[in-house]
Design a protein around this ligand. Structure first.
Ligand code: KG4
Length: 339
């Protein structure tokens, strides 16, 4: 019997719903919230209000695109956390009501696990899937982690940021430069026209497999302040080189730790996931490391890098196959790690 799963994602500022049938994606609808742009960051209260407005039309669209009716669904999978509590509550409450009204099981999904399992979404593009065990560099606005993935439901965090996430650091530096929000895609675009060797910013010396990005942010801020004493229009005159140098520093930090783990564990199956995996500098670095060290690399399709419900639905699908359902009394959680 085939399994049709509805996935719902509402952990931050994207309301998304997707339908997956037997592991194959039928639809993935994402409503992004432009309302935060004016504030230079996500405003939690506005995010939950926008989710309230978006959730019903987004789910309707996802079912319509998939060509399935709600009665065809076998389960509802939803992001339980981590994320913004007000945002999560909208998706979690909707999923509970929807599943209960259809009398079908609910599957709770860890958002971080979903980012990793995005590599297993099957769609109309033929792509190779990573083989277990593999390493996954999960880089987003809220996380920077190196994860060993032993199975769909067996993952362990080997290293993670002790302060800011990589995406958060890029977004904050971009804000200091007076660029828009989110800064990641803007820095990426500017970096393509700049010289990555022009400026040098501090790199952390953290033992083990952990990351730190707060020092880079401070170094970027203080350097800009000094340069602007000489030239008040320094940013405007140098924004491409600043973006390229910042991006290179972040990518170097990410890749050197990932390489250390890969070498220590002798693993050559290496994936990347999360919003920052859309970054072209990081994607190019993966390709270079693949050539240099014989890594088999897995880079997700752009649409599966930032928050989306397709990754929630595929995670829900694998949990559904195991009968790993959750109870209606389950609360959302704002903070949680993989293990
Ligand atoms: O995974 P995601 O959508 O949300 C979280 O769960 O955090 O990641 C959002 C992060 C933001 O920091 C955004 O600036 C960054 O991903 N991002 C990028 C790019 N596209 C999105 N960073 C660098 N280059 C990009 N092209």
């Amino acid at each position: 019997m085939s399994a049709i799963i509805l996935g719902i994602e509402s952990s931050c500022d994207d309301t998304s719903a997707a339908v997956i049938k037997d592991g194959v994606l039928l639809s993935n609808v994402v409503a992004s919230q432009a309302v935060h742009e004016a504030y230079g960051g996500v405003v939690p209260e506005l995010a939950s209000r926008a989710h309230q407005q978006n959730i019903v039309p987004v789910v309707s669209e996802a079912l319509k695109h998939a060509g399935v009716s709600k009665e065809d669904l076998n389960a509802v999978a939803f992001t339980r956390g981590p994320g913004l509590m007000g945002s999560l509550l909208v998706g979690v409450s909707f999923a509970k009501g929807f599943a209960r009204s259809l009398n079908i099981p609910m599957v709770d999904v860890n958002h971080l696990q979903a980012h990793v399992l995005a590599h297993f979404i099957k769609d109309d593009e033929e792509r190779e899937q990573p083989k277990f065990p593999f390493l996954c560099l999960l880089v987003s606005g809220g996380n920077s982690q190196i994860i060993i993935v032993k199975d769909f439901d067996d993952m362990e965090v080997l290293g993670q940021t002790i302060d800011d996430a990589a995406g958060e650091a890029i977004d904050k530096c971009s804000k200091v430069m007076g660029l828009g929000y989110p800064g990641g895609p803007i820095i990426d675009r500017l970096a393509r026209q700049g010289n990555p060797e022009r400026f040098h910013f501090s790199k952390p010396q953290i033992p083990g497999y952990d990351y730190s990005f707060s020092g880079l942010k401070t170094s970027f801020l203080y350097s800009l302040r000094d340069w602007m004493k000489e030239d008040p229009d320094f940013i405007e005159h140098n924004k491409e080189d600043l973006a390229a140098s910042l991006e290179k520093t972040v990518v170097d930090i990410l890749m050197s730790k990932l390489h250390k783990v890969a070498k220590d564990l002798k693993i050559k199956e290496i994936a990347v996931a999360g919003g920052v995996s859309a970054n072209n500098g990081l994607r190019n670095a993966f390709r270079e490391y693949s050539k240099k060290y014989g890594w088999n690399i897995y880079i997700p399709k752009f649409g599966y890098t930032t928050d989306n419900a397709a990754m929630v639905a595929i995670t829900g699908y694998y949990k559904y196959l195991k009968g790993d359902f959750c109870d209606i009394s389950l609360p959302a959680y704002s903070r949680v790690t993989l293990k």
